[in-house]
Write a protein that binds this ligand. Structure first.
Ligand code: PLP
Length: 406
């Protein structure tokens, strides 16, 4: 992979922040956007902005073709069987909420169990807390190993015939753990439970094949994979989606509306009430083309090299603690001695280096780690070893600045 030409596609990276060339290490929060995506959005809004599925006019037809074309790109990207299984949502959060409120409400009763883990993002905790309260089902946590991984033996013990839903993140946005979701799906299915995968941190970084994973639902966000904000995907197996009620009601998702009752469109539109996220979906299609041109395997390999290099360098800094397992995705979560991570991020920002600090929308995991917050550097296809050298220099500066705590 030619990182120089990849970087050339990202205008935002070529600027100075606080008098230093920008080093962007916050792609787990949101990725930057290449010109291919920016231009595609520009082209849509300048050239054929129109509502979809409605007008017979030329612009409407073009917008519909592009919107539905983006759905086909997503289908291929995750190897779904059919475009009926690809629902556009606002992001991972909306996708998981749709599963919880539609599938969850209809299929859970007192005594049933929903299994998640303490490493989940709030978006994969709170929808289940809410649906558990509404239905009387029990929310059950699978334990974590001391290094922040899941053991299949624990999974075998936690998932039982009472389990109706298992919902687990593919890759942890804090620990970088890559969870064995294919094996977990097999265990869930032995007990006739459905497997939901939060793919927010995996779809942007590795080749996803929902057929191979055999998960029942898979959720991800466009903005973390070079696409625009406000667009995401809910994949679901056709039979399950067919049997589910829509989560939102209104225009676009109906077939016949009578005074007191209505019928729904077929999949996937019955889940896309209201004017859809047209520009977002078209932009996501362009992001998928961009990622495919580079190759997900190449991107994964590049990030692997970066994270190995980062861990090696950061481990040489006295007083620095890295959280998570050795085998990790492309991010490093850390603390330096007793310096608050917000202070770390502030000093780094003064050096032009953007990292995330806080609880990373994973408060239960922070308590499991016994910290209030951490700093996180996350990498993507446009990062380089030089970026990591700058991070390490910035961390040395942080140490000098807060010298008294060492
Ligand atoms: N799940 C994980 C693992 C995440 O990292 C995130 C975002 O940071 C989400 C879910 C929520 O994604 P979004 O805010 O795009 O809905």
């Amino acid at each position: 992979m030619d990182v120089k030409s990849v970087r050339d596609a990202f205008p935002i990276l070529h600027q100075e922040v606080n008098g230093h060339p920008l080093v962007y290490l916050d792609s787990s929060a949101t990725s930057q956007k290449p010109v291919q995506v920016i231009e595609k959005l520009d082209e849509y809004y300048r050239g054929y902005n129109s509502n979809v599925h409605r007008g017979v006019h030329t612009l409407g037809t073009k917008a519909t073709d592009e919107y539905e074309g983006a759905r086909e790109k997503v289908r291929q990207f995750i190897n779904a069987q059919s475009t009926q299984e690809v629902i556009f949502t606002r992001g991972t959060t909306t996708a998981i909420n749709t599963i919880a409120s539609s599938y969850g409400r209809a299929n859970l009763k007192p005594g049933d169990e929903i299994v998640i883990t303490p490493m989940e993002h709030h978006s994969n905790i709170i929808p289940w807390q809410q649906v558990a309260k509404e239905t009387g089902a029990t929310l059950k946590y699978m334990p974590l190993q001391p290094n922040g991984t899941i053991s299949l033996q624990d999974a075998e013990e936690t998932i039982t015939d009472q389990t109706k839903i298992v919902s687990i993140m593919h890759v942890s946005n804090v620990l970088g753990t890559i969870n064995p979701v294919k094996e977990l799906a097999a265990i869930a299915h032995k007990h006739e439970a459905v497997m939901v995968v939060d793919g927010a941190q995996s779809a942007p970084h590795m080749r996803i094949d929902v057929k191979d994973l055999d998960c029942d639902f898979y959720a991800f966000s466009g903005h973390k994979m070079c696409g625009p904000t406000g667009i995401g995907v809910l994949y679901g197996k056709r039979q399950l989606l067919n049997d589910m009620e829509p989560a939102e009601f209104g225009g676009e998702m109906i077939d016949f509306v009578n005074l007191y009752d209505s019928t729904w469109k077929e999949l996937p539109w019955k889940f896309e009430g209201g004017t859809p996220i047209i520009g977002g979906a078209i932009g996501l299609g362009a992001a998928i083309d961009f990622l495919n041109d580079i190759g997900l395997e190449e991107i994964e390999k590049h990030e692997h090299e970066l994270v190995d290099y980062a861990v090696e360098k950061m481990n040489q800094i006295d007083g620095l603690t890295i959280y998570g397992p050795e085998e990790r995705a492309g991010l490093v979560t850390f603390n330096i001695s007793d310096v608050h991570p917000h202070d770390v991020a502030t000093v780094l920002d003064a050096e032009g280096i953007a990292v995330r600090a806080g609880h990373h929308c994973a408060q239960p995991l922070m308590r499991w780690l016994d910290v209030t917050a951490t700093a996180r550097a996350s990498f993507y296809l446009y990062n380089t070893k030089e970026d990591i050298d700058r991070l390490v220099e910035g961390l040395q500066t942080t140490k000098e600045y807060f010298g008294d705590v060492f």
